[in-house]
Design a protein around this ligand. Structure first.
Ligand code: ACO
Length: 330
């Protein structure tokens, strides 16, 4: 089977509202210095209170359709990676489908937390490679501000809101497009990073609200240790599997959770700073959006050339983690 899934467009939507470290200093007992040295984050963007995740996803996808002059009716499938869906159901993909006017597309959400975009991109790629679909939108979108407790200094400094998207289309050349991916899950890590309330285990009640169960809970230090080790392992594994080394990679786009995790992973892969995409300083951790935001940055600055290898890797709640190797084909 020669058909590959090729990324032919990239878009993003970053809400205009900015929450700086200085702003957070007024909300919780923290400091710009602590946040910058421990995480690398300087500011994050926050979506308006009454606007949902789909609002950002639609705009990121629309940017691609506008740039490439594609009729929404041509879209076959929409995969949305998110942990902050507009509602429990219908899925956010359906809401985006409606607002885009993509009447011929079906869609589904993928919940892989911070690994969500890699899971979703791998999923979309399989539908293109199989020959089933020709235009698949893969969107990573999260309104993390909707599940962050802004009185909890351990978490509120880390997260931001954004969406970014790619369009996948078939390509006929071997080894171009989505070349390979490795996807992992270890459910024993679930207890270290989760949002306990709102699902069938703890349906919403006055008690769940009082106990702050509708917010992110995490044991940051434990998550940090696993992330540092496993993001590097899964990146090395995919390089070895494909007969490549760090020097063959033009850009590495790691999930942006903490600059120290990013730096440690880049070092273990033997990458130089200019190979590693970093935007955590401006956006914080936008969960499913971090990797496509990084790709958009490269794309919009014309930094990608045909034949370039782009390596992506992420680690998040589940635990989930994975890597994806892309060879730029346009
Ligand atoms: N300002 C000031 N002090 C703080 C803050 C803050 N915002 N937050 C925590 N502290 C304090 C802690 O209370 C602690 O104080 P103590 O020693 O008196 O108890 C001290 O700083 C050190 O805390 P640590 O947790 O050891 O700090 P660490 O260096 O580990 O940094 C962090 C914490 C940034 C959360 C880090 O552990 C991390 O990035 N973890 C990984 C997060 C991650 O990758 N999550 C996965 C993605 S999320 C998803 O999937 C949805």
């Amino acid at each position: 089977m020669g058909r590959k899934a090729v990324v032919t467009g990239v878009g993003q939507y970053v809400p205009p509202g900015v929450l700086t470290n200085k702003d957070l200093e007024k909300m919780v007992d923290t400091s710009d210095e602590w946040i910058v040295t421990r995480t690398g984050i300087r500011e994050r963007h926050i979506l308006g209170k009454n606007l949902p995740t789909s609002y950002m996803g639609v705009r990121a996808a629309q940017m691609i359709l506008n740039e490439k002059n594609i009729d929404p009716l041509e879209i076959d499938m929409i995969v949305v990676a998110t942990v902050t869906p507009d509602m429990m159901f219908p899925n956010t993909a359906s809401r985006i489908q409606e607002k885009l006017g993509a009447k011929n597309a079906w869609g589904m959400d993928v919940n892989g937390a911070c690994t969500g975009f890699i899971y979703a991109l791998a999923t979309g790629a399989m539908f293109v490679e199989s020959g089933r679909y020709k235009k698949v939108l893969v969107i990573g979108a999260d309104k993390m501000s909707s599940i962050v407790d802004y009185t909890d200094r351990n978490n509120c400094v880390l997260f931001g809101d954004a969406a970014a998207a790619v369009l996948l289309e078939p390509g006929e050349e071997r080894d171009y497009g989505v070349v390979d991916f490795i996807l992992k899950t270890d459910g024993t890590g679930g207890k270290y990073l989760y949002m306990p309330g709102g699902g069938s285990l703890h349906p919403p009640s006055h008690e769940t609200v009082d106990k702050k169960m509708h917010f992110i809970h995490q044991e940051g230090r434990t998550v940090f240790k696993f992330a540092v080790t496993e993001m590097a392992n899964v990146s090395e594994e995919i390089l070895q599997k494909n007969g490549l080394s760090g020097t063959d990679i033009k850009y590495f786009i790691p999930h942006q959770a903490n600059l120290r995790i990013i730096d440690a992973t880049g070092k273990r892969l033997g990458l130089s700073d200019d190979q590693v995409v970093v935007n955590i300083d401006r956006y914080g951790n936008t969960t499913a959006a971090t990797i496509p935001l990084g790709l958009y940055e490269l794309y919009s600055q014309n930094k990608l050339q045909r034949g370039d290898y782009v390596l992506m890797a992420a680690f998040g709640a589940g635990f989930t983690w994975g890597s994806l190797l892309l060879r730029w084909a346009i």
